[in-house]
Design a binder for this molecule. Sequence first.
Ligand code: BDR
Ligand code: CA
Length: 311
Amino acid sequence: MGRRPFIIDCDTGTDDAIAIMAALYCDQVEIKAITSVNGNVAHKYTSQNNLDLLEYLGFDDIPVAKGADRPMLGNFFHADGTHGSTGLGSITLPKARKKTFDDQIASELIYRIAKEEKGELELLVIGPMTNIAICLLEHPDLKDLVKHIWFMGGAVIGGNVTTTAEFNIWVDPLAAHIVTQSGIPQTMVGLDVTTAAAMKEEHSARIRACGTKAGTLCADLLDYMFIRRDQGGEDALMHDAMAFAAAVYPECLECKDYYVDVEYTGEYTKGHTAVDRRGKLGRPANMSVALKVDEDRFCSWLMDAVRKSAG
Ligand code: BDR
Ligand code: CA
């Protein structure tokens, strides 16, 4: 079987960067493009991080496109307390010198590649969903061209920004509503599972030992997260890499089909993913929702995924 074509749409971001590396070295997939969105940090940083990362790791042929610099409706808010002022924690990558941004904006590049791939394209969406929603509004036939969306976002219960909202969904709840209601097959990997597995120092040490640029960078990002954790911040949670694991290593997750919609108006509940676990809404399931993760399997998979950069 050939490699599955993917686009990664992201707000890079410490854990986004690790998810990207896991995907770049995965022999099941071919990364067709990386597109950026406002989110963890301002769009100028998420875009530059993608460009710098790909040039640094030598992926000269993968297009990098700029996307939306603000939500369609929502909260212009950044998570620089978690990801550092430019998104990669304490790490500064060399500025890309050869690689330039694609001429097309993210939504147009996604649509073009979706047409080229004739229904086979899969999207890994690990930031606010603005680019995908814009693409759906501009090109309604996108819904028939995308095979599956794997997204990090939401939660069955709770949130990490408000009592009921997870960051990616909360930043642009209208975009998330549009995407979840699009009819595209999708899998939601939310906080219920992403907060149930954290990378440890032993993983970082083994990743570093592979000696590659990617291994060193990943270990540096993890070590930044350990310091953050020890100072009372977020643990070394791999929110975004877990959405990629759902696509290529589903054995580490337990998922169930539900109807899900996103609240985009509520005073207290804006950005809440309403997961209809009891079938109260009487609507057919529109996605698969990750409910449980096997922490050991996931962390070992991720460690090996980045160690593959050693060839
Ligand atoms: C999500 O928000 C960002 O901070 C992470 O990169 C992840 O995509 C977790 O809520
Ligand atoms: Ca992210």
